[in-house]
Each structure stands twice: as C-alpha cells, then as structure tokens.
Design a protein around this ligand. Structure first.
Ligand code: GLN
Length: 474
C-alpha cells in the first residue's frame, strides 16, 4: 500500500514505529497531487514548500517522542477557510489575491498538533452550490468517474480525500457541503452540531447555519480529528461550553437496543433513485441485525426545508458578502467613482450563483417583503427544529440517504438553479435545526458510484451518530 493511501490511524502507527517519516508521507501526497490533480482539479493552491517545512518539524517531534495524534499527518483545507500565509480565495476571483494573516481556530488547533497543511481545496464560490461547478477555478471531477461532479460545495476536499491526495480535509457545511460531496465521493463527512466547533476564521456564508467539520476516509479517523478541533472558543461566541467527550472511546460501544428512526418523508421523496433507496434499506436491515430497533417516524415539515433554507441563507449571505467591496479585501476593479468601483469589483469577482443569492437575500430582507419572506421563513425554521425535537423523544438517531441520487454528470444541472437546490433535500433539514449529521459510504450503484447514508442525531450527539455510522459496512 502506498503511504498516501493510509488512514490517519494507520499513518500514526507507521510514523510512531519509524517505518517511514512524515516527509515521506507528505511527499507521497504531493506526488499524487502532481500526477492526478490536472484531471481532478481538487486543489486551488498546493502549499508544497511550507508542507515540507512542517513535515520536517513533525519528524523532529516524533524523534523526540513528543508526537500527538495528528503530528505529521497531511491534510487539506477548503479554500473558504482562512490559513495564515496561504492564499484563501473561497473559489471567487474577488479574493484571488487574498492571503489571510491568521488561521481559523480549527486549523490552528490542528497545526498545533504538528499536522501538515498541504494545500487549499476547490469549492463552490463562498460555499454556494451542490456540484462545485460554481467555482471560478473550474469544476472538480469525481475520482470514481471523471465525467461526474464531486458534489459541493466542498467538492475539492471530498475528491482530495477520496483520491488519497491527503489523509483528511477540513471543510464547512452550511447546507450540506460536507455530507453531500462525502456521499458522492464515498468518504466520511461530519456536519457537527452548530456551536460544537469554532467558526472563527471561516469565511461566513450564512452565520446561523455555518459549521466546520472533518472529511475523512473512516469513522475512526473522524473521531480522531473531532477530538482535536471540538470545543469552546473565545473567538466564536456561538460555541458551547459543553465538555468534549472521548469520541474514539465511544466508537467501541455497540448499538444494541438503540432506537433508529426511519423518516418516511425521505424514502417517499419522488426524486429518490431506487438504487439509493435499496442500498439504504439494506443497511437498515444490517443495523437491525446488530441489535438496533428500527422505528418508522415522520418529519412532516421536511417538505419546507429547502424553501426555508433558500430564503434565510441568501438573506444572511447578502449581508455577509457586503464586505467584499473591492476596497478592503481582494481584487479591485477600476471605476470612474467609488460606486462604479464597488459595482465592477463585485460584477467581475463573483460568479452568477453568488450574485443570484445576493439579489434574493436583499429582496427577502427589504422593507415590505421582510415579514412575508424572512420573518415567515424564520418561523417555519422553528417548526422544523420542533419537528426534530419531537422525533428525538421517540428515537435516538435517524437514518436517511444523504442524497436522493449518486453523483450526476458535470453540466447536467448547472443551468437550472432550482434542480441544483433540490439536490440538498435530505441534507438541508439538519441545518435549519442545528443538529449533527454524518455521511458514510453505504453502497455502490451498478455503474460504480458511491451511495451515502446519513445519520442525524439530537444536538451534541456526535458520539452517537459516529457510533452508528461506524457500523455501516459495505
Ligand atoms: N448546496 C448548499 C448551498 O448551495 C450548500 C451550502 C454549504 O453547505 N456551503 O447553499
């Protein structure tokens, strides 16, 4: 097995046993990127020089016996997350030349362990999209079939992990951006509860929805990375003070007697591909065979989740993106006066989808429409949250497909924003509720594309959703 193909746990064992060095491990990932990424386009920036410097420092720590769980482990970071001294574009030309002066808290925590940041991964610009086709740096190809999308918005991160260009990635999930590409690329992706991980240093999309989480090859690795990044942060007032459990220890427990809910609205959705449905139903039987109790439940407000999301998220987006004015950050276009400069910078610096969201959000927040759209959507958001609260008094976790279908063709939905929005139908509800969701590979289509299962649980039930996801095996 090549070094870049190892999981975090395997690499840790090999590094600690001195079977190979961090420099060799990192070089294996960099070699894979240089061989394969012309076809995949997972990376916008490869930080080869600084990665090798970090790898040498990691080798010194290991030699001195001072290693931590992530020392010497190469990882990638979604380009919408700030990395000190490494260009961070959010896949939009308006930030083409932006190099942050600081690290996001989660990145700093990982680097403090002596991990190695090998580069910044492609995504839909500012996280807006479900296919990575809204990147101003080109789409990302799915490693399982280069004609297919890798999913979005964290398509580059998912493809990089799936194609063994790094051992894990850190990405952001506002409306499914970790789980859906994880499902399309056949890896593990966790959207944590809102407030579990710090959002400091994440380029804000919709602040009341944004979360940061890992994308890994296994659930075991997910537990390792979550242990490092979870917790309260003084720099993000929305992080919660609750103590961080021992995620790896919890994974050892079984699921006997656990009540797993099957929300019928997800399985009766008319866009669901029968192959996806069958794969998840088979996994449900396997979970039952392992002692879980399977319970049919209903989440009737699921049908409003996309409508609510596409009012509230663009509203928050339109406000957050106001700072991208071509003056304080990024690329500045010329203009005859200040207004012209703003307009030209934003016109050239944002792709169509970002402009569409700014328009929708500005409209939904404007006097006269605020009550009809924004306020109404907030009220329905509360009802969606209560729908989940009620169901979690009946069951411990929920299982659903992550996406109604496997990866679609590049270009298939890009001209139809509504079709693209509907791709999020199963991942969006958890975002309104602020609850955790994990996607794990649960099967393959006949044509060889991964199918993801999603496990959702009540707030701060990361242990539980990981434990159930860990029992899903192909
Ligand atoms: N598909 C979602 C959207 O376009 C994903 C957003 C996200 O999680 N960053 O809004």
């Amino acid at each position: 097995m090549k070094l870049n193909e190892l999981t975090i746990k395997e690499a840790r064992a090999g590094l600690d046993a001195k079977k190979f060095t961090a420099v060799e491990l990192v070089q294996a990932c960099l070699d894979k990127i240089s061989k394969r990424d012309k076809k995949i386009n997972a990376f916008i920036t490869v930080a080869d020089d600084s990665a090798l410097v970090q790898a040498r420092a990691a080798d010194k720590l290991i030699a001195a016996g001072k290693q931590l769980p992530l020392t010497g482990i190469p990882f990638a970071v979604k380009d919408a997350i700030c990395t000190a001294g490494v260009r961070s574009t959010a896949s939009a030309k308006i930030l083409d030349n932006y190099t942050p002066p600081y690290n996001a808290t989660v990145i700093q925590k990982i680097l403090d362990q002596g991990a190695v940041m090998i580069g910044k991964t492609n995504c839909d610009a500012f996280g807006h999209g479900a296919s990575n086709e809204n990147s101003m740096y080109g789409p990302v190809a799915n490693p399982h079939d280069l004609k297919k999308v890798a999913g979005g918005s964290s398509g580059g991160s998912a493809a990089a992990v799936a194609d063994n260009m790094c051992l894990f990635a850190i990405a952001e999930d506002t409306g499914g951006s970790i789980r859906q590409p994880a499902s399309f690329c056949g890896i593990v992706g966790l959207r944590p509860s809102y407030g579990r991980n710090s959002r400091f240093g994440i380029m804000p999309m919709a602040s009341s929805f944004d979360t940061v989480g890992p994308m890994t090859k296994t659930v075991d690795d997910m537990a390792v990375v979550m242990q490092v990044i979870a917790g309260q942060d003084n720099l993000d007032a929305t992080t919660v003070p609750d103590s961080v459990p021992d995620y790896s220890e919890d994974l050892k427990k079984d699921i006997k007697g656990l009540r797993i809910g099957v929300p019928r609205e997800y399985f009766e959705n008319k866009s669901i591909d029968p192959e996806v449905k069958q794969a998840i139903e088979k996994q449900i039987k396997n979970l039952e065979a392992r002692g879980a109790k399977i319970i049919d439940v209903s989440l009737p407000l699921t049908k409003y989740a996309i409508s609510v999301y596409y009012i509230l998220v663009p509203s928050e987006d339109s406000s957050n993106l106001g700072r991208m004015d071509g003056v304080r950050y990024g690329v500045r276009a010329g203009g005859k006066d200040l207004f012209d400069l703003y307009a030209n910078s934003r016109e050239q610096g944002f792709p169509e989808e970002v402009k569409r969201r700014i328009l929708i959000g500005t409209y939904a927040l404007s006097a006269g429409y605020y009550d009809a759209y924004y306020k109404k959507a907030q009220q329905v958001r509360t009802l969606i949250r209560r729908d989940f609260d009620r169901v979690f008094s009946e069951v411990d976790v929920l299982i659903t497909p992550t996406s109604p279908f496997a990866a679609f063709n590049i270009g298939e939905k890009s001209s139809d924003p509504i079709q693209m929005y509907l791709a999020d139908v199963f991942v969006s509800p958890a975002c309104s509720a602020g609850i955790p969701g994990i996607s794990v590979n649960a099967g393959m289509t006949k044509s060889g594309l991964p199918i993801g299962a999603q496990i959702m649980g009540p707030r701060l039930s990361e242990c539980l959703v990981m434990r159930v996801a860990d029992k899903i095996k192909l």
